[in-house]
Design a protein. Sequence first.
Length: 90
Amino acid sequence: VMPAVLERLGMRLAVVEGSSAKVLFLYGLAQTFGNRPSSSPLLFLGELVCIVAILVAFVATNMNAADHETYDRWHPWGMHVVPGIWSCFV
């Protein structure tokens, strides 16, 4: 009984974490484009590079869930490292 309970709890936490990440991404988009007129062009370019990198990594790692090699290579960078850098810009 215990492993099944923990597995359901883990799945719920994963859904919450994934939902939070998507909401924060949308918030970052709003901040990036909402503050565009007052920010420097170089800063805006850096933010755009981060946005594109995150989107490419998200699509590449979710298009074929069975391709673990692509997921293992790109997920940490695209879903953890680059968003952290982007949050410093935003």
